[in-house]
Design a protein around this ligand. Structure first.
Ligand code: FAD
Length: 366
């Protein structure tokens, strides 16, 4: 059984009554993007996670390279992938993207973001929910006037929490066999034999490959297809990692708290891409909090403005949600034809340019 690094034994002192100006719950992509935006804002920022920083990777860790550069974490990149391949039972299409994906090391990325978080403090504690005007954890109640839930799909600070398999969630599982580092493409398989509604992937990441299957239907198990895909690719199914991820937007604020990343459903339907959007909405939330700390807005106004920012992106998420329903319904031969029609470079540039624009890395520098 994996034992994850967290405060244990005598290190697990009481945090009861700890106060901060901003309490960020969750120290992954979304939470660290929020805290990074608050560096040198003059606020006491407390970041809490059940595990130590970078301890539990939650994804295949592939993101657009321009985003990793914009966030100052390009050093965590293990392999750049300038192409994508899409394979159906009727053929394969290889596309050269107008920007590249990069597979990165999760721990290095988290530590790289944390380095940019200024005087923020980090503690490990498991958050249980809201209680008594504060945030209840297994180490006591933490209090702050500004609270962020960046704890992923479960939406811990909401009542009730999100529970699979009824909620609009997808599920994914991958294995991480050793790999020789060859290949320059992020590979996708759209085959009903692997996932009736979903897809498989291989992300070469330096010394390992991340091979997995995702299902848009949370009731469908994905272990057998993940093993089958790994074996088809001649890789031993070693080192499993799985999780749920949302495919529908949720309320960005509730009970006076901000929800960012998967907790607000900020993972794109169809692609299941949620790292860049966690950065994007994390930055937006951090900027609102910064305005409150600087006295330029009150908390109510910041909540409203953040909710309005989230709402401005709803159409793109709805469009991706429609595609998520449409693509698995297409007869495989028709889908293969559509993929072939995408091949001319101007079409690829336009389609993937639009996709990147929905959460553009330029926002990080704005
Ligand atoms: C198998 C798989 C592969 C994926 N691959 C990709 C990919 O390659 N690229 C991509 O863009 N997206 C990918 N995704 C989606 C992506 O992982 C998520 O969208 C992304 O991780 C969301 O980031 P987040 O910061 O909102 O939440 P998370 O990354 O889930 O982080 C939540 C944090 O909160 C902490 N936490 C949770 N509960 C508590 C609690 N009760 N108390 C304290 N702390 C808590 C966790 O320890 C964690 O650090 C993948 C998803 C899966 C399942």
């Amino acid at each position: 059984m994996t034992v994850r690094a967290t405060a244990r034994g005598t290190g697990r002192t009481s945090l009861d009554g700890e106060r901060a100006d901003v309490l960020v719950c969750g120290a992954s992509f979304a939470g660290l993007a929020v805290a990074r935006e608050l560096a040198s804002a003059g606020a006491a920022v407390l970041v809490v996670d059940r595990y130590e920083l970078g301890e539990r990777a939650t994804s295949a860790c592939a993101a657009p390279t321009p985003w990793l550069e914009a966030m100052g974490v390009a050093a965590s990149i293990r392999q750049r992938l300038a192409h994508m391949t899409f394979t159906t039972p009727h053929g394969s299409v290889r596309l050269r993207l107008p920007w590249s994906w990069s597979a990165f090391d999760y721990r290095e990325l988290c530590l790289g973001l944390w380095d940019q978080c200024g005087d923020a403090r980090f503690v490990t504690a498991k958050v249980d929910g809201r209680a008594d005007g504060g945030v209840a954890t297994d180490r006591g109640t933490l209090r702050a006037p500004l609270v962020v839930d960046a704890m992923g799909w479960r939406r811990v600070l909401s009542e009730p929490h999100v529970q699979p398999p009824r909620a609009p969630l997808s599920r994914g599982l991958e294995v991480h066999p050793h790999h020789d580092g060859s290949g320059d493409a992020l590979d996708c398989w759209v085959e009903r034999g692997l996932a009736r509604r979903g897809y498989g992937w291989r992300v070469p990441a330096g010394g390992e490959a991340r091979i997995g299957v995702g299902s848009y239907d949370p009731r469908r198990h994905v272990k057998a297809p993940t093993v089958a895909l790994a074996e088809r690719l001649g890789a031993p199914p070693a080192r499993y990692q799985g999780n749920w991820f949302p495919h529908r937007l949720r309320a960005p604020t509730e009970g006076g708290a901000f929800f960012v990343g998967d907790s607000a459903g900020h993972c794109f339907p169809l692609s299941g891409e949620g790292i860049r959007t966690a950065f994007y909405f994390g930055i937006a939330c951090g900027r609102e909090l910064r305005a409150v700390v600087a006295g330029r807005k009150d908390a109510e106004r910041a909540l409203d403005d953040y909710a309005a920012f989230h709402a401005r992106h709803a159409a793109a998420f709805r469009r991706a949600g429609r595609l998520q329903r449409l693509v698995p319904a297409l007869p495989p031969r028709v889908l293969t034809g559509v993929l072939h029609a995408l091949r001319p470079q101007p079409v690829v540039d336009r389609a993937f340019g639009w996709y990147l624009d929905q959460a553009h890395p330029g926002f990080a520098a704005a």
